[in-house]
Design a protein around this ligand. Structure first.
Ligand code: OAD
Length: 252
């Protein structure tokens, strides 16, 4: 089992979530991502929140997978029946690199998708290509607003991402599947995450309790490193090189 965070896509040029590039200005006020990635913010200023997501979606569309993503494709090919890739990244780079859809569990959603803001159905849709790309600070135009609607009920759509004031579930975010795999895993390799979110924390602690070897790859110390120190190992360096080395060693 591999668990990836924003650090794995940092080498593809996508800013990390808690890095200093994450801040965003709305009407002269600076917001931290944790304030914007909420249902509450979406209720209060939906188009400003959409503008932030469409800007980040453009960055993700223009980014390319790196050697870390490619290493994980090799791992998935080598172990088709005993490989899982749990990712907090909404950028879609694991799938674009070539990992099979059924191997990738995107526990925080997908920035290229939208769903009904009123949840009239659980379906998700690709954000239409005609939405185009938004630059930093660019408002959502009336023409684009008209495209960001639920195809079923024509009400407003929302990004298909998990917000801070929402909960994980199986239907949208693979909660039960991920817990089950963590309980069965022999090896959990964690890469590029600051250990601030709940389900990743469960993955690592469930895995450790069930006897898995835990490896933590990060530029910096973090709480997962403390667990990995006791049950596997810690690599302090860039994720792309470390994932390549681990997969090369395991797959040959
Ligand atoms: P963070 O931005 O919190 O943390 C990124 C981590 O990657 C930090 O620990 C960095 O030290 C590390 N890092 C940066 N560059 C790296 C590199 N080249 N190689 C290795 N490590 C590197 O991002 P996440 O932990 O992924 O969720 O954030 C988790 C979630 O917090 C996000 O998915 C987001 C937010 O809540 C939602 O929006 C639901």
């Amino acid at each position: 089992m591999f668990l990836t965070g924003a650090g794995v896509s940092a080498e593809s040029g996508i800013p990390t979530f808690r890095g200093k590039e994450g801040y965003w200005t709305v009407r002269a006020r600076e917001y931290h991502p944790q304030e914007l990635a909420t249902h509450e913010a979406f209720e209060a200023m939906p188009w400003e929140v959409w503008a932030w997501y469409l800007y980040r979606r453009a960055i993700c569309r223009n980014a390319a997978p790196n050697d870390g993503h490619r290493a994980l494709v090799r791992a998935g090919t080598a172990w088709p029946d005993r490989f899982a890739l749990v990712t907090q990244n909404v950028d879609g780079l694991h799938r674009r690199a070539g990992n099979a859809d059924h191997h990738v569990l995107a526990i925080h959603g997908d920035i290229q998708q939208m769903r009904c803001a009123r949840e009239c159905v659980a379906d998700r849709w690709q954000i239409p290509d005609a939405v185009g790309e938004l630059g930093k600070g660019e408002p959502v135009s009336p023409a684009v607003k008209a495209l960001l609607v639920c195809p079923k009920c024509t009400g407003m759509a929302r990004p298909h991402v998990l917000w801070f004031d929402e909960s994980y579930d199986e239907e949208r975010y693979h909660l039960d599947t991920v817990r089950r795999i963590a309980n069965e895993a022999a090896l959990v390799v964690v890469a590029g995450t600051s250990a601030q979110t709940n389900l990743p924390w469960q993955v690592v602690t469930l895995g450790a309790r069930a006897g898995a070897t835990i490896v933590d790859i990060n530029l910096e110390d973090n709480p997962f490193g403390e667990i990995a120190q006791k049950s596997g190992g810690v690599i302090r360096g860039p994720a792309a090189a470390a994932l390549t080395a681990i997969v090369d060693r395991l797959v040959g």
